[in-house]
Design a binder for this molecule. Structure first.
Ligand code: PLP
Length: 340
């Protein structure tokens, strides 16, 4: 049984484990003030091309979204997200539990645009309602789609004009930036966004996300928020060491490119078999629409998520590839698909 269920089914890339082993008995300061974390911050600043940003390492995606968003908002302020957004459907109401409403916007491709935001602002005209203040997007989105530079630029312009914060969940940022259709880079993100995170957990790290805060007013006291919410790890070095290794050279993007390549092999074979997709994904999550009988046959050898019923005979499934997906697993899946 091979799993295409997610991109965190394996441990960590061997280089990460080696880096942790090599540094294991070296003493370092606690709570992210160690030399590895400091160096990783410098390396990331260089990659992003900005010295005036703050970087914090956290352990997971929900934790990062929850701490960042609740730190950025005042009590009466709310976040806006696509109805597919991870913070709406998959984080147990973590944001709402901090007292902030998440306003859901119905979208078809996982992405928000200025007209969506305009409609939300129109629906929230005064102090009798929550005040929309932060726009939550993710790249790649929950449907594997990505933002283009011009889409992000337009969103950013609208947010600036309307005093909204623009925040990007980058759990799968490696895959998004490595997509053949992508025209964004890390420095664009710092230009257009107030904050974003670079996901490590789903791209070769044991665990860890790097939160980048670009807007000055959101930087102050962020370490207090981290500590108060239990995210300032005594052994913060473990996160710094991993990010240092991922960005020492091109490892981060090499791993994401591999995941994308495996997904694109699956996508091509599924297309050649005459089957369609729920979304136009060029990243490591794809959503083929298959006959239910074929899904049942594939289930005998592979695990993957059921995504959505399409009609009485067809459903969309989610196939996720990772930095560790062997090409043989992809080829044997394709053989099975073609032999049904
Ligand atoms: C886009 C996105 N954001 C956040 C998360 C949450 O990450 P974690 O499970 O590490 O809390 C996930 C996890 O699947 C995700 O896909």
């Amino acid at each position: 049984m091979y799993s295409f269920t997610n991109d965190y089914s394996e441990g960590a890339h061997p280089r990460i484990l080696n880096a942790l082993m090599e540094s294991n008995l070296k003493q370092a300061d606690g709570y992210g003030e160690d030399r590895y974390s400091r160096q990783a911050m410098e390396v990331l600043k260089k990659r992003i091309g900005r010295n005036d940003i703050d970087i914090h390492f956290l352990s997971g995606g929900t934790q990062t979204n929850l701490i960042a968003i609740s730190a950025f908002l005042r009590p009466h302020e709310a976040a806006i997200a696509a109805n597919t957004g991870h913070i709406l459907g998959h984080e147990t109401g973590a944001i709402e539990a901090t007292g902030h409403k998440v306003i859901s916007v119905e979208v078809s491709d996982g992405k928000l645009n200025p007209s969506h935001l305009q409609a939300v602002l129109k629906d929230h005209p005064d102090e009798h309602m929550v005040k929309p203040k932060l726009v939550y997007i993710s790249d790649s989105t929950e449907l594997g789609t990505i933002y283009s530079k011009s889409e992000l630029e337009h969103l950013s312009k609208f947010c600036k004009e309307n005093k909204l914060f623009l925040y990007m969940d980058g759990a799968r940022l490696g895959s998004a930036l490595s997509s053949r259709e992508n025209d964004l880079d890390l420095s664009d993100l710092a230009t257009y966004l107030d904050a974003f995170y670079i996901g490590g957990t789903k791209n070769g790290a044991l665990l860890g996300e790097a939160l980048v805060i670009c807007r000055d007013s959101l930087k102050e006291d962020f370490r207090y928020s981290l500590k108060q919410k239990g995210a300032l790890l005594a052994k913060g070095r473990l996160l710094g060491i991993q990010f240092l290794e991922l960005f020492r050279d091109n490892l981060y993007f090499d791993l994401a490119s591999h995941a994308n390549k495996m997904a694109s092999l699956l996508r091509e074979a599924i297309t050649q078999a005459g089957l369609g997709f729920l979304s136009d994904s060029s990243t490591n999550q794809i959503f083929p629409i298959l006959p239910n009988s074929l899904i049942a046959d594939l289930k005998a050898g592979y695990s993957f998520s059921f995504w959505k019923k399409i009609d009485s005979d067809h459903s969309a499934i989610r196939l996720v590839t990772s930095w560790a997906t062997p090409e043989e697993a992809v080829s044997s899946f394709i053989t099975k698909l073609n032999n049904q």
